[in-house]
Design a protein around this ligand. Sequence first.
Ligand code: HEM
Length: 502
Amino acid sequence: MAVILVLLGVVLALVLLLAALSCSQFGTWSRKGIPSPSWPLPLVGHCLRSLLQLEPLYQNFDRIYKMFPGQPYVGFYAGSSPVLLIKDIEAIKHITVKDFHVFTNHKLSPDARYDKSLSNFMFCLMDQEWKSIRVKMTPAFSSGRLKTMYPQVNAVGERFLEAIEKKKDKNGDVAVNPLCSFYGIDVIGQCAFGVESNCLLEEGRSPFLNAVEGAFRFGALEGVASSALMFSNFAYHVLGTSGVSMLKEWRTAVIRDILRESSEHREREPLANRDIFDNLLSMRKNGVPQELFESQVYSMLFAGSETSAATVMFTLWQLALNPEVQDKLRAELLEAREKDGGNLSYETMHELRYLDMVFKETLRLWPVMPWMDRVASEDYTLPGTDVQIEKGTLVFIPSFSIQRDPDIWQDPETYDPERFSPSNSDNLNKLAFIPFGAGPRACIGSRFADMSVKSVVSKTLLNYEVCLAENTPRSEAELKINKMAFIISLTEQLPLRFRKLK
Ligand code: HEM
């Protein structure tokens, strides 16, 4: 009994010590005169609701954003870390573009001792190492390369239509989110992994899907490790040394085997038209080490599949909620298809103005990566202000909140593609539309995402009227948002009704 009491005493003392240490920076924002919500809590700062999984992180940040209307910056504490939330658009331009050399890196840069593969992902690489990989990967996303991948993407889109037919019930209802996820994985699998994955039609039987899910579906422990990495270096190292990390090597073993096979296959049977995977293979041939090469392949899959899938899902849902927008878009698509002799070409698809407006409006309301971060690599003063950002400070750019800010957007909660019409361009603050980030570190795959989302949405509308099913959520409040994920995703199936067009 006495031993137990002593042990409990030691644990309690340790927790109290940790709690006290975690508060050591809590005076940062008041010292600087930067507005900040009151009462940060030991160990969690202002993120208690997210840690208790009552709301996803982006909603937590959105609450903080809205607490200080009219203020350009807000300081808060994520765990023990002081974070500067930037609301001012000019300051965002400075951080992401003009003074990029100071804010080159993300905080999410895992320690290679615990997270070897992940620490080599393009998103996590730092400084020169990041630059060297980014430069090598950029040609994979040129217009010419995208055009040559368009037929491959279209072929996956055809399978999306087949999957709708296969899945729909007697009312024509289909849970659309799994199909969108399979579409996202098949497209990236095909163009960046060199595999004919066909998750759309094979579903559970697809070995590629099983491998991807095995490697990248994070559980609660991995979620804790990623939050710890973001918000408490100390907690991340404690977890790492105890064997808890985000992406365990054994998890990637199966997917690594598939990659080995697909690399050998591509070398034996090269494609006539080069794709992202060819670019990755050339990189390896030209001296990029195997581990770094593998991580770039995984990072395409990781960063490119669920993001595009969620965008397809939100677009179809918004079109079902807004039938007049859907009709207008279909009219544009039908006219273009007729002019093109029955098939939408790559060039035509990119000329379709209303399709682009719909794509942008969906990403304005649903930027599936709802915030971005940067870390200051040296002491920095925000131009035109006396706001000092010390070396090592974490800076957040809350795209979700900015893209719904009523001081920037008229009637921001309304889905209205017309706000992106050319006639409205004078009223639009383009810098406040940042679903793909901004500056040299913006999403490398944005144009690929544009192509793959528009392609499958066009195909769907040319073949189906997309309607609300009985149990489709009618409003945002009814959506069951995943409270654990960094990207915006749903925890429940989203049914939509598909009526075949004559
Ligand atoms: C609608 C779909 C997508 C959205 C909304 C999206 C959004 C983003 C955002 C916000 C960032 C961070 C940008 C920043 O910090 O400034 C990012 C980075 C990245 N994205 Fe995407 N993305 C999408 C699709 C894709 C696709 C299809 C690929 C690959 C084929 C991709 C690959 C990447 C990579 C590798 C990075 C890290 C870039 C770097 O650190 O240099 N993304 N994405």
